[in-house]
Design a binder for this molecule. Structure first.
Ligand code: ADP
Ligand code: MG
Length: 698
């Protein structure tokens, strides 16, 4: 029998959350903190001091000896530097101390983080500042303090700061719209996000033997095993004991950290699994997803497994992504993407829907860029993931509503007069019929939109910053127009009809994987940016630059820095992958294949010596000559790849990205092809590392 887990008791027990604060802080300090997060004002030092003291006592009770300012640099991972609480007392002893200053502000000497040119070395300092809207927690003996990270000159050096800015911005613009519909109660609109996380688990012993997995997180070689995922016997299949033990452990740790882990199941590819949380506010969801990825890795190690978060760890089977469920919700608890019960509520729903459709169409390239990475290039457009073309799936009911608004017909009876927004009743929009099409990059799923192009290892901050900012922009334009209108209902009808008519092209309910869709999308003028190298230049287009600067999400320099870092990450990663490939070919693959072919030659000689020269030894001879040819080819290809690596432009420019994409990636593909053929021709006991059938069907 399993040890029972008292979930309600342990949930959030390692988090210094609101209820703990209420318990441990004096009333006026608690109120001061609450006031500060509600109004966005800054914390007074005496308040910070008392919070820090309460946090320290609580954290030490939980086993902490250190604290760390936890931040999310532009590379999309998280960073931490740990300081102990010790202070010497002068008599050879120490006491444990933690001040308000240390809580609120840190200087992690983070000069080695890429800053995309935002920081010159003479002002290399980066500062971290506590984000009091996110709760501190204890993990592995440290008190983690979620922080924002910025430069000496005040530029945001992280993903958290712009995310918080975009959340404020969309809230402000959404409230303007709500006021027009007579809502004077709502003070804030929250962005709600639930990120479904896919991952692979493989045995640690196999992982340790593969240089490619260790250095790059994915297999750079590997012939397809006789069986892949064609039988669909893994998806939602019985979870094996070793994995379910891992999942149980993972859930327990996540619950302790206040992560709302809800659903777990096997995914499409062998060894692939998924975790889905219950949605929460976007900032929290972002932290939670980072924590989830972190805990997954640590927890796997405890079970002698390795958790692979790479977008495409294995060729030939599904890669891993992340579905970002996104919606807007008032602080009074109303979901703004939920079709209402009355014509008035429906009209409001249609405003938000029209703004979303218009925004996604106008900024499709921006959204596409937020999921562009070397890892995701293997997925987007491949069969398991949405194509690189952005489109929105609305489902039949909502699409016919949109059609009737555009065509000026009545939804219920096309012969009847025009459907009047705000007057006529909308059809019921059933939730379950809306989610059939898993091939669309953006899908309306009842009361939220699901953005499905995210890579499994990426931070969800970037895509949510884009969604929030795009929405803020469209809502602000709508509000500008409607606030000035003389006749609200007429203006509303005109506005929604115009937006839907102009941006109808982005709606597509068919099969996103089909070739016909690519052709159709081209006719509609939708952008198709199949790779990172093709996508990234569009990121900083004047239109996108204007969007983010107008709303104060990024300064021009901050936005450019993100662009540079995306290029840099891509270039560095391809470089490491290519070098690892060459290394494995020269040190492992060629020696193994050459050894086998020389053993074959020797056995041919032995056979002839024993049985006479007339004996054919046809199998050995043919095998040996095929292997020999293949080795020659592989050697040549690896040499060529190595030479090409020297030609990569050395700076972190687009030119280097294009070179990697056009020259290095295809060269890597050729190397892989020859190596995988050799793997098929060589017995397993000669092969230097575990092959796909070992890794995927252990
Ligand atoms: P599925 O997509 O498997 O049908 P659900 O639609 O119930 O399952 O939820 C998928 C994910 O969407 C979950 O992480 C869930 O918490 C999240 N989600 C549900 N409602 C919302 C919402 N209003 N805003 C953001 N995310 C949501
Ligand atoms: Mg989903």
């Amino acid at each position: 029998m399993e040890q029972p887990i008292n979930v309600t008791e342990i949930f959030g027990s390692d988090v210094f959350n609101e209820s703990t604060m209420k318990q441990r802080l004096s009333d006026h300090i608690y109120s001061a903190w609450k006031h500060c997060i509600q109004t966005g004002s800054s914390l007074q030092l005496d308040v910070a001091n008392e919070i820090a003291e309460a946090m320290r006592i609580w954290a030490i009770e939980k086993g902490a000896t250190h604290y760390t300012h936890w931040f999310q640099p532009m590379t999309g991972i998280t960073a931490e530097k740990h300081d102990s609480f010790i202070t010497p007392t002068g008599d050879g002893k120490v006491i444990m101390e933690f001040s308000g200053k240390e809580l609120v502000r840190g200087e992690p000497d983070a000069s080695s983080f890429p800053s995309g040119g935002l920081r010159a070395t003479f002002e290399a300092r980066g500062y971290t500042a506590w984000d009091p809207t996110a709760f501190a927690f204890v993990k592995d003996g440290s008190l983690y303090i979620p922080t924002c990270f910025f430069s000496y000159t005040g530029d945001a050096l992280d993903k958290k700061t712009p995310l918080l800015r975009s959340i404020d911005e969309v809230s402000r613009e959404a409230v303007r719209i709500l006021r027009l519909f007579g809502d004077h109660e709502t003070q804030r609109v929250q962005v709600s996000v639930g990120a479904e996380q896919e991952y692979f688990l493989i045995p640690k012993s196999f992982y340790a033997k593969r240089e490619d997995l260790r250095l790059t997180g994915r297999t750079l070689f590997g012939a397809a095993p006789p069986k892949g995922q064609e039988l669909d016997d893994h998806y939602f299949g019985t979870i094996r004991t070793r994995v379910s033990n891992f999942m149980r452990d993972l859930d327990e740790q996540l619950w302790r950290l206040g992560v709302l882990s809800k659903t777990k199941h096997n995914e499409g590819a062998p060894c692939q699994h998924e975790l889905a949380p219950i949605f929460t506010d976007a900032s929290n969801a972002c932290d939670s997803n980072q924590l989830t990825m972190m805990v997954m890795k640590k927890c796997a190690a405890k079970h002698d497994l390795v958790c692979l978060l790479h977008e495409k760890p294995f060729a030939g089977v599904n890669g891993s992504g992340k579905h970002n469920n996104w919606s807007l919700c008032t602080d009074t608890g109303k979901n703004l993407f939920k079709p209402g019960d009355t014509p008035r509520q429906n009209a409001q729903f249609l405003v938000f829907l029209a703004a979303f459709i218009k925004g996604i169409d106008e900024y499709q390239d921006f959204l596409r860029c937020t999921v562009a990475s070397a890892g995701n290039d293997h997925r987007l457009g491949a069969h398991e993931a949405p194509p690189a073309i952005i489109s929105i799936f609305l489902g039949d009911e909502l699409t016919s509503v949109v059609d009737s608004i555009i065509n000026g017909t009545n939804y219920n009876d096309p012969k009847k007069s025009v459907m009047r927004i705000g007057v006529d009743v909308l059809p019921a929009i059933p939730k379950d019929t809306t989610d059939r099409n898993r091939t669309s990059p953006v899908a309306f799923t009842g009361n939220k939109f699901e953005f499905r192009m995210l890579g499994s290892s990426q931070s969800i901050a970037g895509p949510n910053i884009a969604l929030n900012t795009i929405m803020a922009e469209e809502l602000s334009r709508f509000a500008d127009y409607l606030e000035k209108a003389e006749d609200f209902d007429t203006a509303l009808q005109k506005l929604i009809c115009q937006a839907l008519t102009d941006h109808q092209r982005i709606i597509f309910n068919g099969n996103g994987y089909s070739l016909e869709w690519q052709e159709e999308a081209a006719r509609r003028g939708l952008s198709n940016l199949p790779s990172t190298a093709k996508a990234l230049p569009r990121y900083i287009s004047p239109k996108n630059m204007e969007l983010v600067t107008k709303h104060g999400i990024f300064t021009e320099a901050e936005f450019r820095a993100r662009y540079e870092i995306h290029l840099q990450s891509y270039n560095k990663l391809i470089h490491i992958e290519a070098r690892t490939m060459v290394d494995m070919v020269m040190h492992q693959i060629l020696p193994a294949a050459l050894k086998y072919s020389s053993d074959l030659a020797e056995s041919i000689n032995l056979k002839k010596a024993a049985l006479g020269d007339s004996i054919a030894a046809a199998a050995e001879t043919s095998l040996a000559s095929r292997i020999s040819e293949c080795c020659d080819k592989l050697y040549e290809q690896a040499e060529a790849l190595y030479r090409n690596l020297k030609n990569i432009p050395s700076n972190s420019s687009l030119e280097a990205t294009e070179y990697c994409s056009d020259v290095i990636v295809p060269a890597m593909e050729s190397v892989r092809k020859s190596a995988d053929l050799l793997e098929k021709l060589t017995p397993q006991n000669y092969w230097p590392y575990p092959i796909y059938s070992d890794l995927l069907f252990y």
